[in-house]
Design a protein around this ligand. Structure first.
Ligand code: HAX
Length: 440
């Protein structure tokens, strides 16, 4: 067993009695109540999922294993000579809850390296897809194509015990994660760079190797590391994480689960918003003949979007009620590395203009920018201008968190997910019995 796997198993064994005790001794204790608005309105805020990998506070933002983003970036071992920690060390933190030593991190890097070779048939499938396929469709298909490799399925068919589910799920998770940098970079080079593929360099870490295969110079390696870390997890209820968890709860393997989570991430209200932000800004730029709009001009563009019945991409959030700390981490990076970038200037104007407009409109519960408002700018600056690729970058990061969650789901024996639905008539019946004040 690798260090990581041994450590994980110790943690799972120590954790199991906590979950069992809660279920057996306190299973009937009430945790929450559900309103009609929550039932119709996308289950907002209903406490009905458990994860210990990350927690999203509406005011503070995300904590990974109890650490804020600045703490994570400061505490994890840095890649030699670089500003950012490695993705491998971060994955160790997500999976075990402990900050890795340099040796722990090196062991994960070695685990990923051993598993990084992508089967040739994946590239054949990608090459056979229509040229106008969206990169997210290609990414999801690439992962689904590898489903035949699943060790979980093999062991399940051999009759493995429920207590062992976590083990082949862990193996599958590492096997698929290790291949994501090459798959992502292949999709990019195949689709946008005339198929000129750059070979992987196994001596590099996850982020460094991705940057190399993308063909983008330093400091893009640090951009990649930062990007994958920031996008990894946002507790369990967001569409991508929830989809991964839901699909895996049927004991579907990690390939099915990650492919499905990517399909959810590909929606414009979720991960695709990073592409939509750039598309929106390019539209404004076109109308401005390339000039940066004044605040007054930008305000008009924002109002035009709202009056057209569309959302302003990159703003608002279902849980957060302040500026996303993932936005702030990227903003700090921009202020340090690309303060004069014209697109960053656009984003800066939007930062000033959009929240007051959304407040004035009075619909959005959170007028502040989310992660997607800032992320495309950095990619654009380093030459990645094909913005329909941006959600693939998000997907590589999100796969880290979703995989860690699924391994733990199986370790703790979480159940098949099956909420109950009601009919509209049933809701009306409940509403009719409500006290007049509530019903008014
Ligand atoms: N622009 C215009 N209207 C907005 C808005 C925005 N940025 N954010 C919210 N609203 C509107 C909603 O569409 C909703 O309108 P209706 O009452 O007409 O349906 C109303 O304000 C109330 O919505 P809410 O309760 O504040 O927000 P939701 O939880 O329903 O939705 C969203 C959260 C993120 C989907 C929403 O803010 C949005 O559409 N934002 C723009 C798209 C975006 O940036 N998505 C990425 C979010 C972060 C993420 O998941 N990244 O992957």
């Amino acid at each position: 067993m690798s260090n990581l796997k041994e450590k994980l198993f110790d943690k799972i064994k120590a954790w199991r009695p906590r979950t069992t005790k809660l279920l057996k001794e306190y299973g009937n204790v009430k945790l929450d109540e559900v309103t009609i608005e929550q039932c119709i309105g996308g289950m907002r805020d209903i406490k009905s999922l458990v994860t210990d990998i990350s927690y999203l506070d509406p005011q503070e933002g995300i904590r990974f294993r109890g650490f804020t983003i600045p703490e994570v970036l400061a505490k994890l071992p840095k890649v030699k000579g670089r500003e950012m920690p490695s993705v491998e060390g971060f994955f160790y933190l997500l999976l075990t809850g402990d900050v890795p030593t340099v040796a722990d991190e090196a062991a994960v890097t070695e685990e990923f390296r051993k598993r990084a070779a992508v089967p040739k048939y994946v590239f054949d499938v990608l090459r056979a897809m229509p040229a106008d396929s969206h990169p997210m469709t290609m990414f999801s298909a690439a992962i689904l194509t590898m489903q035949r490799e699943s060790l979980f399925v093999k062991r399940y068919n051999e009759g493995m015990s429920k207590m062992d589910y976590w083990d082949p799920m862990y193996e599958d998770a590492l096997n698929v994660l290790a291949k994501l940098p090459e798959i992502g970079a292949f999709i990019y080079r195949h689709k946008y760079k005339g198929g000129k593929i750059i070979a992987s360099d196994p001596s590099l870490d996850f982020g460094g190797n991705f940057a190399r295969m993308m063909g983008i110079e330093k400091p893009y390696d640090d951009v990649a590391r930062m990007y994958f870390i920031l996008h990894s997890d946002h507790e369990s209820g967001n569409v991508s994480a929830h989809t991964g968890h839901l699909v895996a709860s049927a004991l579907s393997d990690i390939y099915y689960s990650l492919s499905a989570m990517l399909d959810g991430l590909a929606g414009p209200l979720h991960g695709l918003a990073n592409q939509e932000v750039l598309r929106w800004m390019m539209g404004v730029m076109d109308k401005m003949g390339g000039k940066t709009p004044t605040e007054e001009e930008m305000r008009k563009f924002v109002w035009d979007t709202l009056k057209g019945g569309q959302v302003v991409p990159g703003f608002g959030h279902a849980v957060l009620r302040k500026t996303d700390p993932r936005y702030m981490a990227q903003r700090e990076f921009c202020l340090k590395h690309l303060p004069d970038d014209p697109i960053f200037k656009y984003v800066d104007v939007l930062f000033k203009v959009v929240p007051p407009v959304l407040k004035e409109q009075g619909k959005a519960k959170n007028p502040w920018p989310n992660v997607d408002a800032q992320s495309g700018v950095i990619q654009w600056h380093y030459g990645l201008k094909e913005y329909d690729f941006y959600t693939v970058l998000f997907g590589i990061g999100r796969a880290l968190g979703v995989s860690a969650n699924i391994v733990w789901d199986r370790g703790l024996g979480y159940a098949l997910e099956r909420p109950k639905s009601v009919t509209t008539a049933m809701l009306e019946e409940v509403a009719a019995k409500a006290p007049a004040k509530t019903a008014a």
